[in-house]
Ligand binder design. Structure first.
Ligand SMILES: Nc1nc2c(ncn2[C@@H]2O[C@H](COP(=O)(O)OP(=O)(O)OP(=O)(O)O)[C@@H](O)[C@H]2O)c(=O)[nH]1
Ligand SMILES: [Mg+2]
Length: 439
């Protein structure tokens, strides 16, 4: 996975939040320290890391709980939102007729990315074509024409011509019936004057609607200087950050580009043509945090009111009768979407353990349970321990189930009761409930 180190450190931090007994300043400090460490080792700029830490802490301490999220979910949500904000706004890429120029330093991945982008538009149903305006790199023509041939994208180039502007002019005429025309340009070691001049000339000739800087993520936070320089030279409309699969500095590159305000349009995540995606900060962070789609997750939590604390407390005070058990199972069942949440969250990594069967109280199980309960006397319901074999037989007969089923039900109740008894203090109870229901 892309940026696996950063991802796994951040997931560990979420685990810590999910496991915390309470979210106080001490816990927050620890959480923020962990996040700082993770981001710094991904080469995110110190000042950016400090700003982010401060915002997470301020928000976590000051913002009112929405009432729908519990304190842990609240903090997880803030961390998520701030990480997303660190990556800037998503860029919209037009799916209409337009011309794109690809610029960047040597070896950053321009030519590969040009083909990947052509493929992207092709998949969106647009007719894409490519012009090779790189007259410096030996083999540039062959490299690009082969890539284009492989994906069935039209290609224009003049292997013998050294004038990139001329090639571009003729290419545009030749390819005018295509929807999207991509121009691949030459790279240099640094942003030298002649490169800038050539870039500007090609750009003017092509009247490029999109000017994409292709930038190797391996340079980490230095990406901001590159983005700034190219932006000044030709006014970028977006950046493509490549080789995120092969660096520990991806966080640095992405956040630096976002900070310059040039915006990340796409990311390259491997050498093959489809290792390429439209950059969406929220989805990127969700995936990095292993949270599936956090947006959906939060929406779902918002839809479902959490189990009432008083009700849970009352359950614990008494003996934990069969009626209590029914209520509890019913409460868990009503939180239906919880099962979905459970699927979306990597629960193991969040340190949440759900007892076997706790999420399987289906409607049918409960209905059956209700029928069995209806055959019990109030005394039996309140003091299930008095239910011995003759009563079991009677209850089974009355409710049309086997004696074994009644026994199983009583056994399940006993296990739950024992678990409940083990939970004495309020704190322990919260821990238990959290373990059981993410609450
Ligand atoms: N792993 C990985 N490799 C990439 C990615 N993008 C490009 N590359 C590789 O990086 C190398 C350079 O890519 P090119 O596309 O030739 O780079 P360029 O910017 O066109 O290079 P010049 O034309 O010489 O300036 C090639 O070996 C590519 O396969 C990526 O996202 N991941
Ligand atoms: Mg190239």
């Amino acid at each position: 996975m892309v940026m696996e180190n950063l991802g796994s450190s951040l997931r560990d931090t979420l685990k810590k939040i999910a496991r915390a007994n309470r979210i106080d300043e001490k816990t927050l400090n620890e959480v923020v320290k962990d996040i700082q460490r993770a981001l710094l080792s991904a080469d995110v700029n110190v000042a950016l890391v400090q700003q982010l830490s401060k915002r997470i802490k301020d928000r976590a301490l000051k913002e009112e709980l929405s009432g729908k999220l519990n304190p842990r979910q609240h903090v997880i949500n803030i961390v998520y939102q701030e990480l997303v904000a660190l990556l800037g706004e998503p860029i919209s890429v037009p799916l209409t007729r337009h011309t794109v120029i690809m610029v960047g330093l040597q070896g950053s991945g321009k030519t590969t990315t040009t083909a990947k982008l052509a493929r992207f538009f092709q998949k969106k149903g647009l007719k894409a074509a490519v012009i090779c305006a790189d007259t410096y790199r030996p083999g540039a023509y062959d490299q690009l024409s082969q890539l284009c041939e492989r994906i069935g994208v039209a290609f224009y180039g003049e292997p013998e011509n050294k004038n990139a502007v001329e090639i571009t002019t003729r290419g545009l005429i030749e390819l005018k019936r295509y929807d999207v025309i991509l121009v691949d340009t030459a790279g240099r070691h640094a942003l030298e004057t002649d490169l800038v001049l050539e870039m500007k000339a090609i750009n003017e000739t092509a009247k490029a609607d999109q000017r994409f800087l292709v930038l190797d993520s391996g340079i980490g936070q230095q990406a901001s200087e590159q983005a700034k320089a190219f932006n000044e030279a030709i006014g970028l409309t977006g950046v493509v950050v490549t080789k995120l699969d092969g660096t520990a500095k991806g966080g640095g590159a992405l956040s630096a580009v976002a900070e310059v305000g040039t915006g990340i349009a796409f990311i390259g995540t491997g050498e093959t043509i489809d290792d390429f995606e439209k950059f969406e900060p929220d989805r990127f962070i969700s995936r990095l945090l292993g949270m599936g789609d956090v947006k959906t997750l939060v929406e779902m939590i918002e839809e479902e009111p959490p189990i009432e604390m008083e009700e849970a407390e009352a359950m614990l005070k008494g003996e934990f009768t069969l009626k209590d058990m029914y209520k509890q199972m019913d409460a868990i069942r009503k939180m239906g979407p919880l099962t979905k949440i459970v699927q979306m969250l990597p629960l193991g990594s969040l340190g949440v353990e759900i007892p076997d069967g706790a999420l399987q109280s289906t409607k049918e199980t409960l209905e059956r349970f209700k029928v069995v309960m209806d055959s019990m006397t109030d005394e039996e319901l309140d003091h299930p321990r008095i239910i011995r074999s003759s009563r079991i037989k009677r209850i089974a007969r009355g409710s049309g189930v086997t004696s074994d089923y009644v026994r199983e039900l009583l056994k399940y109740h006993k296990t739950m009761q024992r678990a409940m008894k083990g939970v004495r203090s309020q704190k322990e109870m919260q821990k238990f409930l959290r373990k059981q229901s993410l609450k």
